[in-house]
Each structure stands twice: as C-alpha cells, then as structure tokens.
Design a protein around this ligand. Structure first.
Ligand SMILES: [Zn+2]
Length: 252
C-alpha cells in the first residue's frame, strides 16, 4: 500500500475524513468571505454616501451663510434697513411744533409745496425728523403692542439707528383733501401722490420704498427722501448703490 493510500482510506474504504470535510469547510469559508466582503463594501458605500451628503449640506449651508454675510457686510442692512446717523440740532429747522427737518430738505420741500399748490394740490407734512430714541419707542413699544415680531415690524418701521427719518432728510407726505389716506397705501390714489410722481424729482425728492423694493420694506407711497445735496447723497449712497446693482443685474 502506498503512502497515499494509507493516509487516504479508512478501514471501510470510505473517503478519508480529511477529504470529506476539507471541501465543505472551504465552501463555507469562501461564502463567508464573500458575505464579509459584501458587507464591508456596503458599509463603505453607505459611509461614503453619508459623509458626502453631510458635506454637501454643510457646503450649501456655508455658502448660504457666506452669501448672507457678504450682503450684510456689503451694505450693512438690518432687517432690510440701512444704518443712518442722527442729524445734529444745528442741521435741523423747526417747520412747526413737533416737526423738524434738515434745513436743505425744508427749503426744497417749501418750494415743492408751493409748486403743488400752484397746480391745485395741497400737500401735508406728516412726519419729519425722528431721533433714534423716538424710533426706538416706535419700533419696540408701539409695534410690540401689535404683537408683531421684529421681522414683521421692520416691514413697516425701521429699527432704531436705521431710519431715514433720523437723518432729517425724510418726509412723510399726505393729501390735505384726503386725510383718511394718511400713512395708507391708498395715498397712491390721491391727486397729491399722482402729482408727486410727476414732479418730486424736480425738487430732488425720491420715493424710498416703492412697490416690490428689494429691501423687503412695505410699499410706502407717503415716504419721500431728499437727495438734493452731496451730504444727502452720501447718506443714501448704500441704498442707491443697491438700486444700481439691481438695475445692472436685471439689464444683463
Ligand atoms: Zn416715513
């Protein structure tokens, strides 16, 4: 009997134990190996998907934040309003008790009111200079009574330190024949507003918050600002710069 025969057969002449179990064990091992490799592969794939989706989300959040930051730092907007300094007493004149305006603004406004009167239009001056302290009361006290959160309030009123009225260059106008439209969008239907649309630019008055303005401030047909001096233009440069950029991007 050869060595192979001796080690390969048992007494009953059956397949030797080693040969019987080796292939079966081999099949199990390779199945297990495939399963193991498969599950490692799947784990790696799911890990990859998780990591990449997280980083995509992180990236888009970061880019949104960057865009927001650049907008804020570019023009200093706070809830849609630009920062404005408070006019000093020496820049202001009293038009009547309770209404003060920047001196140059008042001179132009007086001329505009006279021109309007000549055309049969009676302009009323509703609100002029407001100190930052008064703006603070309006924004935090009056508006909070209406149960409005800051974002909602900012649509109709500027946060303190961010009102054009604090510069003394802004004026809210009404129509003497239709006082029920004071501070209302319906002011746009008055003869006074129609006249202003045609003529205000001649006196360097500009509608600050037209319909659909990009600052997100509610349409205010009664609120006009004076841009007839270099100092006024400088104060309103951020707002005008934004308008220019918007116009440029629309024309492209
Ligand atoms: Zn106003």
């Amino acid at each position: 009997m050869s060595r192979a025969q001796r080690s390969g057969s048992n007494n009953n002449g059956e397949i030797p134990l080693a040969r019987r179990f080796k292939p079966v064990r081999g099949a199990l091992t390779s199945k297990f190996r495939y399963l193991l490799l498969g599950s490692i592969f799947l784990t790696l794939i799911s890990l990859f998907i998780t990591i990449s989706s997280n980083s995509i989300e992180r990236f888009s959040t970061a880019s949104r934040q960057r865009r927001l930051n650049s907008l804020i730092s570019a023009d200093g907007l706070l809830l849609g309003h630009f920062p404005y300094p408070e006019a000093s007493n020496s820049e202001l004149v009293e038009v009547y008790p309770g209404l003060r305006l920047n001196r140059d603004t008042y001179i132009a406004l007086r001329d505009m009111r006279a021109a309007a009167a000549y055309d049969g239009i009676s302009l009323v001056f509703l609100s002029g200079f407001r100190s930052i302290k008064l703006q603070e009361e309006i924004f935090y006290k009056n508006k909070s009574l209406r149960n409005q959160i800051a974002i909602e309030r900012a649509k109709v009123s500027a946060p303190p330190g961010h009102s054009e009225h604090s510069t003394g260059y802004a004026i809210d106008l009404g129509d003497a024949t239709m006082r029920e439209t004071d501070f209302e969008v319906t002011f746009e239907e008055t003869p006074a507003f129609k006249w202003l649309k045609r003529n205000a630019a001649k006196f360097h008055f500009v509608l600050s918050f037209p319909k659909g303005n990009s600052q997100g401030v509610s349409y205010e047909p009664w609120h006009w600002r004076f841009e007839g001096t270099v100092d006024a233009l400088r104060k309103f440069e951020p707002a005008n710069k934004r308008l220019r950029l918007e116009r440029d991007s629309k024309s492209k």
